[in-house]
Design a binder for this molecule. Structure first.
Ligand SMILES: [Mg+2]
Length: 270
């Protein structure tokens, strides 16, 4: 998979939060479809389905992306461009409609108490992510949590477009660039990664423990990809199922390898 294993480092148009250099454990998580559980593809796709060009065209673009015929960057831009609403309206609708993973607030509180950094790594836009997260973990934590994502460019006429972090990358935001700096630290922290979809393909392979969030139908595009190429993972339906596994790894009760084996036994087949 040349597209996910490129050694080329794309130029970032947006700043990164500082690396947590002294952390023994770091949690990195996708946002849309992982912390939010509206569907496997996330909150912005909800707007595309209901206000933009609809579910059928979106599924077509998803399949084209999975088959390598389209890039995630261009497909996502096309989806967003079909939404005839202001950015403010989008934010309000998403804050109102998006369901959040029922286990995430407890998971996040436990990590915070243990001083384990939680970094959101998203293909979405930072202002939307903070707005939606404020419903789950409160305004203060939502304003402070590390988010590595794309941004939004709002034009004077009210039209808006996604501002990609890595415009030259087919992912728009190459999520592997958020996780790879942790791989070069010495000692290397244990990295937990949570994801669900196509945009997580580039980062998933660099995690020590990969959790894949399944949607309500027990499916995930990321699970299909990882199972196909042999990337071990733990399939979960909510963060509550991941918390005891993360706790056991952090406590040293089980190794990373044992965690992955357990997950593959209890996990649903993707
Ligand atoms: Mg996602």
């Amino acid at each position: 998979m040349a597209s996910t294993q490129s050694t080329h480092v794309p130029k970032s148009e947006l700043p990164y939060p500082p690396i947590h250099k002294d952390a023994k454990f770091v949690v990195l998580s996708d946002s849309d479809g992982t912390i939010t559980s509206f569907d496997s593809n996330g909150k912005l796709f909800h707007l595309t389905d209901n206000y933009g060009f609809g579910n059928q065209r979106r599924r077509e673009l998803n399949i084209e992306t999975l088959e390598g015929k389209a890039t995630f960057r261009d497909a996502f831009r096309e989806m967003l461009a079909s939404i005839p609403l202001s950015f403010e309206e989008c934010t309000e609708i998403l804050k109102r409609d998006i369901k959040l993973d029922p286990g995430f607030a407890e998971f996040y509180a436990w990590c915070k108490a243990q001083s384990i950094p939680v970094v959101i790594v998203s293909s979405g836009m930072a202002p939307l992510i903070r707005a939606v997260l404020s419903n789950l973990i409160g305004e203060e934590d939502a304003s402070q949590i590390d988010i590595i994502s794309n941004d939004v460019k709002i034009h004077e006429n009210g039209k808006w477009e996604i501002a990609y972090r890595h415009p030259e990358s087919g992912f728009g935001h190459d999520k592997s660039q958020a996780i790879l700096p942790y791989r070069t630290l010495n000692p290397t922290p244990t990295l937990f990664f949570f994801g669900d979809g196509v945009s997580d393909m580039s980062a998933a392979q660099h995690a020590d423990v990969l959790f894949i969030k399944l949607n309500e139908n027990g499916e995930s595009d990321l699970a299909k990809y990882c199972d196909k190429v042999g990337i071990k993972n733990i399939k979960i339906q909510n963060f509550g199922q991941a918390l005891p596994i993360v706790q056991n790894v952090v406590d040293g009760a089980i190794s990373v390898t044992e965690a992955l084996e357990i997950g593959n036994v209890i996990g649903t087949q993707g």
